[in-house]
Design a protein around this ligand. Structure first.
Ligand code: 5GP
Ligand code: ZN
Length: 114
């Protein structure tokens, strides 16, 4: 989609600090990390918010979780633990309107989240 930051990263127009790429997904380091490990897992397909996912996207969203698991393993936080976050719309704190999963690790997380 034109003017979407994450679509531009998926197409290669903008080059983030890439961690992993597959046919369907990209994963790259967040520009403003909130933990020692902070990677965003992003589908190449433009989906604006979690509210816009439909049944055929179930496999894609599932693969986002498996990719996050792989990143946690590759960076050695799988045993110590990590947190996956998907923000939706204003109250969820979403700022980029192309769905993505935050993979956060390398420190103790707090609960409840802010
Ligand atoms: P959201 O707030 O929508 O859940 O998450 C968007 C994330 O994208 C934020 O954590 C923000 O730091 C990250 N972000 C925004 N612009 C860029 C960018 O240009 N490059 C990278 N690598 N991350 C970005
Ligand atoms: Zn997009």
């Amino acid at each position: 989609m034109k003017d979407c930051l994450f679509c531009k990263m998926a197409s290669g127009e903008i080059k983030p600090d890439m961690v992993l790429e597959t046919k369907e997904l990209i994963a790259f380091r967040d520009i403003n990390p909130q933990a020692p490990l902070h990677v965003l897992v992003v589908p190449r397909k433009h989906i604006t918010t979690l509210n816009d996912t439909i049944e055929p996207d179930a496999i894609l969203v599932g693969k986002m979780t498996l990719t996050a698991q792989e990143i946690a393993r590759n960076t050695g936080v799988d045993g110590s633990g990590y947190r996956l976050v998907m923000n939706c719309n204003a109250d969820g704190g979403q700022t980029v309107f192309h769905i993505h999963m935050h993979v956060l690790g390398g420190r103790q997380m707090k609960w409840p989240p802010g």
